[in-house]
Design a protein around this ligand. Sequence first.
Ligand SMILES: [Zn+2]
Length: 384
Amino acid sequence: MSIFIPIKAKIKKHHVIALGLFGLTATLCWLTGSQFLSMHQKDTFYPSAGLTIQTKLSEYFPQLADTPGDTDVYCFKGEEEGGNLLILGGTHPNEPAGFITAVLLLENINVSRGTVFIVPQANLSGFTHDDPFEGNPQKFSIETPGGTRWFRFGSRLTNPIHQWPDPTLFTNAAGQALSGAEVRNLNRSYPGKEKGHLTEKIAFGIVQLIIKEEIDLSLDLHEAAPEYPVVNAIVFHENSAELAAIASMELQMEGMDIRMEASPPSLRGLSHREWGDFTKTMAILLETTNASHGRLKGKPSEALIVEGKDPNYAKASRLGLLFVPYSEDGIPIKERVARHLAAVHALVSGLRELNPDLAIDIGNFPPAQTVNERGIGLYLHSPK
Ligand SMILES: [Zn+2]
C-alpha cells in the first residue's frame, strides 16, 4: 500500500496543475474571444430629424440582403427638386475621419432642395475586425456634451470570416491585376460584380445606388499616411475636373491648402475612376492625413487616432520627408474631419455654380471652422 500513496499524490498534483492551466487557457480564450466578438456589435448612430428614409444597400442590389455587406443608407430628400449627392464614408474602416464626417453629417443635416444619400460604413464587414500585427485599438472614443461616444476602428479590408480564401493574384472587374489580399479591398473592386465575391457585390450595390438614384455627385471620403503622395487632396475623375478646380480654389481662399490629383486612367477598380466611367455621376475621392495609418508611426493607440500626435512623423516632417506639414502638435481627427467637411461644402457650392439646376440646399451643415476649433463632439448626438 505504501508504494501507491506517493503515486496517487503525484497524479493528484499533476491533475491540479493541468486543471489550473486549463482554467487559465479558458479564461484567456474567453477574454480574447469576447474582445474579438465585440467588434461585431454595430456602432449606434442618431440620424437627425431631417432624415427622410433609412434603407439598406440591398434595396439597390437584393443579393446583399442578410449578408455582412448589407450596410445602411440614409436619405435626406428636400421638398424642392435639385441635384443628388452621395457621401460615402468607411470604404476603409481604418481611416476614421472619412467615416466620422459621414456620421457627423447624418446626425445634423436637413435638406430643403435636392437629395443627399449618406453611407457611413461602406464596407461594413471591414468594421468587424482589425488588421493582424498592427496592434491597433479596436475602438476609439469622442467626448460629447452628453457623454462618451465609441466607434469601431476596423480594417482596410473585408473580414476574412466573410470572404475567404484570398487568391494569389486578384484581377478585378475592371481588369486590373492586383495582389491577392486586394480582393477584399472595396476601393479596388469597382464597378463590382453581380456574381462576384462579397466585396465585389458591395461595390456592385454602390454602383447600382448611383445609377438608380441618378446621383450627380459622388464623394468617397478617405485618409492616407502622411508619407503618401496623394494626401490632403481632391482626386477627381476627368468628368469632374472643373468642379474640383472650383472647389479647390474656394478652399485655398479659405486658407486650406489642398492638392488636385487627376484620377489616373490606367489605375482601375477605384471609386474615382470606375464610378465616373460606368455611371453618369461626377466622381471624387477626398484624402486627409492620418498618422495611425502610416508606416513611420510609433505605438498604435486610441490617442494616436484621435489626437494624431506622433514624434516620428514630426521628425520626418523636419527632415522634409513628408508631403504635408506635421508638427509636434499632430493632426487631430477634428482637423481631418473639418477638412472633409470644408471640401464637401465647397464641392456642393461648386456644383450649384456649374449647374444651378443641380443645387442642393443643406441646412445645419456642421461648420468646418467650428469643428476644428471646438471639436467633433459638439456635433455628435449624445449617447443614449
Ligand atoms: Zn482609403
